[in-house]
Design a protein around this ligand. Structure first.
Ligand SMILES: *Cc1c(COP(=O)(O)O)cnc(C)c1O
Length: 223
C-alpha cells in the first residue's frame, strides 16, 4: 500500500520537476508522520524514505527513542512550537522549520543539542494574513534574520510556509511565488512549501522541500 502510494507521489514529483527542467535531487520529500504509529516510520524508512515531519513534541518524544538511531534518518519539526518546548525540540529534531520569533530562536540556540553540529532552522512565514496562524510576517523577516545570525548553534537555511487551505491547488501558487521572492531577497535558498494537495504547484514555483502526509499514508485519524 505504502509502496504504491510512494510510487505515485514520486511520479507526481518527477512530472512537476520535468515541467521546470529540474532534477530529482533538487527537491526533498519529507514524509509527514504526525499521529501515525512508529511502525509507519519504520516501514517508510525500509522503502528508502529518510526525512520525516512531525508536528508535536510530546507525540514525537514517544517515537523518537526507537527511530532516531535509524542511520541517515532526519526528523523535521513542522508544527507550531511553543518556546517552553524548544529545549526538548532541539534535542529531538534535526531541523526546526517553524521558527517565527526571536524568543523561540533564542531558546533553541540555548538548548544543549544532542549532536555536535548546529541545529538547522527555517523561518515560518505567514502569508495569508490569517489571524490565527503562526508564522512571522514578511516585514519582520530581515530583522529576525539579522538577530538570529548573532545566535550560536543555529544554522538558518530557508523559509517555510503553509498557505491558507483551498480545494484548488492553483490558489496556493501566489503564496509559493511570494515565498520564493522573499527567500531570494534574503539570500536564502531552501524553500519548504507544498503538501499532498498542492506540491506540484510548489515544485513549479521552486520548492526545495515538500511535506507530504495524506498522499503517502492515507487520511489521518484526528488526534
Ligand atoms: C500535516 C502537515 C503536512 C502534510 O499534510 P498533507 O496534506 O497530509 O500532505 C505538511 N505540512 C505541515 C506543516 C503539516 O502540519
Amino acid at each position: 500500500m505504502l509502496r504504491e502510494r510512494l510510487d505515485e507521489v514520486e511520479d507526481r514529483i518527477r512530472r512537476a520537476l520535468n515541467r521546470s527542467g529540474r532534477r530529482r535531487e533538487s527537491v526533498l520529500l519529507v514524509a509527514v508522520t504526525k499521529t501515525l504509529p512508529l511502525e509507519v516510520i519504520e516501514e517508510a524508512y525500509s522503502l528508502g524514505l529518510r526525512d520525516f515531519g512531525e508536528n508535536y513534541v510530546q507525540e514525537f518524544e514517544r517515537k523518537a527513542s526507537a527511530v532516531s538511531s535509524l542511520p541517515g534518518a532526519r526528523f523535521h519539526c513542522i508544527g507550531h512550537l511553543q518556546s517552553n518546548k524548544a529545549r526538548r525540540a532541539a534535542e529531538l529534531f534535526d531541523v526546526v522549520e517553524t521558527v517565527d520569533s526571536l524568543k523561540l530562536a533564542r531558546r533553541l540556540s540555548e538548548a544543549p543539542a544532542r549532536r555536535a553540529d548546529p541545529l538547522e532552522i527555517l523561518l515560518e512565514v505567514k502569508l495569508g494574513g490569517e489571524e490565527s496562524k503562526s508564522g512571522a510576517g514578511p516585514g519582520e523577516l530581515p530583522a529576525l534574520m539579522e538577530a538570529i545570525s548573532g545566535l550560536p548553534h543555529l544554522r538558518l537555511t530557508g523559509l517555510m510556509t503553509i498557505p491558507p487551505f483551498a480545494e484548488d491547488a492553483e490558489a496556493s501558487r501566489p503564496f509559493f511565488q511570494q515565498l520564493g521572492q522573499l527567500a531570494e531577497g534574503l539570500g536564502l535558498r531552501h524553500l519548504s512549501m507544498g503538501m499532498s494537495g498542492d506540491f506540484e504547484v510548489a515544485i513549479e514555483e521552486g520548492a526545495t522541500e515538500i511535506r507530504v502526509g495524506t498522499a503517502l499514508f492515507g487520511p489521518r485519524n484526528p488526534v
